[in-house]
Every structure is written in structure tokens, then in C-alpha cells.
Design a protein around this ligand. Structure first.
Ligand code: KG4
Ligand code: ZN
Length: 390
């Protein structure tokens, strides 16, 4: 797609799971990022219900796209391309975004770009806010009049030439927990990943055991602040595995056993206490202890990766995905990488951590800049698309 402007204005769409999102990005600058959450719909089921997700995406997609265009202050004629999440994700959910993006691309005669959702979580850390000193108005005026953007004006919107590779990316979401070596734009090696549940999924499942609703990750974070993280002991998994993989099933089972034994004890003491329900403080302590153990496991493997660096020196560590918005996790990671003289880069706000379309737009921009996009009018869903075969 060599005919796309070197500073593309992109409409991006993501419907990979339970958020319907559309965004407009100019280079890596986010002009709008609308997210319609379906959390309320899925809450009674304690997880995402695919048929309902598809239905909600179908209802939300048109108004969400309209809102993103309006909030960005642009007209569809000014767009250089449309980007959409092709995978990984829930097949019926992906289908809605892809079909809609395809329809718009045909109607508006724009190139269509399929983007990998996990790659986008990685690049979410380079997304930039609208800043007053950026010549956004000037660039949009040029686009409106169908003029090319001169490189002097375009540079501040682009990925910095100073960025050194490899970078170590950490993705922690409801569907993924991966350590990724970013060798270049579009070139990734998965160094380690979960062999069972993703970190967010484990937090959600333990949250369900504690009746905290869905998604439970943010609730656990809040409760943990009022709890004691050393109140309950959890094991440190996979210390002898000799790899950088993660596993949360053992921690989850330990949490389940602990909750049951606390309830059992209360049953025995029923004569003295009025119910088998855990006290508020017990729930806070469980949340704090489980969260700490789950993050300690990730940081243990992270430390192992960094300690094993010989020829490859990572220049930075990036953190993306829904769980990246957790302040305790950021703190624990910062502490781990400080010993290796590395700094953590995170997305500029929490909306960029959870599922959102701005990260899809930013990734499309970066891939166009590196000539890594192909002309497409028909995109297939790729529900299990791995980062290593992009
Ligand atoms: O990236 P995301 O929005 O969707 C996926 O691609 O999976 O991640 C959602 C996950 C959920 O498991 C949710 O509980 C978790 O991210 N999450 C958090 C926090 N905010 C969202 N986990 C811990 N602390 C948070 N503040
Ligand atoms: Zn995601």
C-alpha cells in the first residue's frame, strides 16, 4: 500500500471480545477512542457469553464508529485507511467488526488493514495523547484539501527513530499472558507464556469464587489495597520448569482450597459465629495475598528472562493489556526491572490498557510506516492468530 500518505489518518475498529470500540488515529496520536463496554451484559454469566457479545457488537458498532469520527473532528473523506482487528479473539465477535469495516471500506473506497490484537496491545505503549504543541489542525486541514503532509510536519506523529530494539513486551490480559521479544516492527518471538489461564482470567476466576462480579480484576485491585498481602501463603509456581512460561491453575486451586477451608472452619464454629460467610477483612486479605502471589510469579519469570540476557540487551520493558492498568503490578514490575537498569513503559491512560481500537489504529500506522501492510478487500477472521506468524 505505497500510495497511503506517510502520515495516515486511520479509522480503527476492535470487536475482539466484549468491548465494541472505534478510534481515529493520526500517526500514533489518538484523536478519539470510543469504547462501549458489555460488562453489564456478561456479568450474570461470570464471563463473556459469545452469542450475546455478537448481538451487542451488532447494536453498538454503527453508533460507536459515528461517535469516534465526530469526536475526532474529521470527515470520512479525509481518512487514508480503515484498520480492523482480525484476531485473535472470539470468532463471532471478530466477525461483526470485520464485516462492518469491510462494508465501510467498500462504500468509502478506502484500503482495509487487518491487525493482530496482541501486537496492538504491545504497541499501545507508544500511542500518544493529543498535545497542544502538535500541529493537528494544520495536518487535518491539509488532509481535508487532499494535500500530502510534508515530512517536517509529520515527524512528531511518528514512531521515534531513537527507539532501540529488542524491546521486552509483557502482555497481560483476559486472554493472554506473554513475554515477547520485539525485534523490530512485525518481528516477534514469544519467550514465555501461560500454559493454562491468562493472568486476567485467573483474577476473574478467583473473583468469582469470592463473588466479586465480572470482570473481577479491578475489584481485586481495590480490595487488595485494604488487605494484607502476607495474610495467606500461596505457592510460587514453576520455579523448576527451566523455561519462562507461566501457570495460574495451581494458584487458582490453592485459592479455592483456602476459601473452602475458611468456610469449613466457620461451619465448625457455627455455635460461636452466625454465618459461614467470609468477613470483609478476610476477603480483602485473600484479594491482597492472591494478587501478590499472581504478580510475584510473573515477576519471578521476568527476572529470569532479564538475568538470562547475554547478547540481547533489551532497551526497555513494555507492559500492555487489561491487567496493565493495575498499579500494584506496575510497581512490582518496576521493582524487578530496576535491578537490571531498565525502565517500564506503559500506555498513556487506562483506556489504552483494556481492549480499545486506538491501539489498532496506532499499530496500523506503524505497520504502514514500515511497509508491512497488504492490500485487502476481504479479511478472514483469525481467532487464534499467533504473534509469531504475522
Ligand atoms: O485487555 P483486556 O481488556 O481484554 C482482553 O484482551 O482479554 O483485559 C481484560 C482483563 C480482565 O481479566 C480484567 O479482570 C483485567 O483485564 N483487568 C484488571 C484490571 N483492569 C482490568 N486486572 C487487574 N487489575 C485491574 N485494574
Ligand atoms: Zn485484549
Amino acid at each position: 500500500m505505497n500510495n497511503i500518505d506517510s502520515l495516515p489518518l486511520i479509522l480503527a475498529i476492535d470487536t475482539s471480545c466484549d468491548e465494541t470500540s472505534a478510534a481515529v488515529c493520526l500517526g500514533r496520536v489518538v484523536l478519539s477512542n470510543i469504547v462501549a463496554s458489555q460488562a453489564e451484559i456478561h456479568r450474570p454469566y461470570g464471563g463473556v457469553f459469545p452469542t450475546l457479545a455478537k448481538q451487542a457488537h451488532q447494536e453498538n458498532i454503527a453508533p460507536v464508529v459515528q461517535k469516534a469520527i465526530k469526536q475526532a473532528g474529521i470527515k470520512q473523506q479525509m481518512l487514508d485507511a480503515i484498520a480492523v482487528t482480525q484476531g485473535p479473539g472470539l470468532a463471532p465477535a471478530l466477525e461483526v467488526g470485520i464485516e462492518y469495516a469491510q462494508k465501510l471500506a467498500r462504500k468509502w473506497n478506502k484500503p482495509l488493514i487487518g491487525i493482530n490484537h496482541v501486537e496492538a496491545h504491545l504497541w499501545s505503549v507508544v500511542a500518544s495523547q493529543k498535545k497542544r504543541d502538535l500541529p493537528i489542525k494544520q495536518v487535518l486541514e491539509l488532509k481535508k484539501n487532499n494535500h500530502k503532509v510534508p515530512s517536517k510536519l509529520a515527524t512528531p506523529f511518528k514512531l521515534s527513530h531513537k527507539l532501540l530494539f529488542p524491546v521486552l513486551g509483557i502482555i497481560v490480559s483476559g486472554g493472554h499472558s506473554q513475554f515477547v521479544q520485539i525485534n523490530q516492527v512485525g518481528q516477534y518471538n514469544i519467550l514465555g507464556e501461560t500454559v493454562d489461564d491468562a493472568l486476567g482470567e485467573a483474577l476473574d476466576k478467583v473473583g468469582r469464587m469470592l463473588d466479586l462480579g465480572y470482570p473481577a480484576g479491578p475489584v481485586i485491585e481495590k480490595m487488595a489495597q485494604q488487605g494484607n498481602s502476607t495474610a495467606f501463603d500461596f505457592p510460587l509456581p514453576m520455579t523448576e520448569s527451566g523455561d519462562f512460561n507461566l501457570s495460574y491453575s495451581g494458584l487458582k486451586t490453592a485459592a479455592n482450597r483456602l476459601i473452602k477451608s475458611l468456610q469449613q472452619n466457620k461451619k465448625k464454629e457455627l455455635k460461636t459465629s452466625s454465618s459461614t460467610e467470609l468477613t470483609k477483612q478476610e476477603v480483602f486479605d485473600l484479594a491482597a495475598s492472591f494478587q501478590y502471589a499472581a504478580f510475584r510469579h510473573l515477576c519471578y519469570k521476568l527476572d529470569k528472562i532479564l538475568a538470562s540476557q547475554k547478547d540481547t540487551r533489551f532497551s526497555q520493558v513494555w507492559l500492555g493489556g487489561g491487567v496493565a492498568s493495575n498499579l500494584a503490578l506496575r510497581q512490582q514490575i518496576r521493582k524487578t526491572i530496576k535491578d537490571h537498569k531498565l525502565q517500564l513503559k506503559i500506555p498513556f491512560n487506562k483506556r489504552l490498557c483494556g481492549d480499545n481500537a486506538a491501539m489498532i489504529g496506532v499499530t496500523a500506522n506503524i505497520r504502514i510506516g514500515h511497509k508491512l501492510t497488504h492490500k485487502n478487500t476481504n479479511l478472514d477472521r483469525k481467532p487464534s492468530w499467533s504473534l509469531e506468524i504475522i
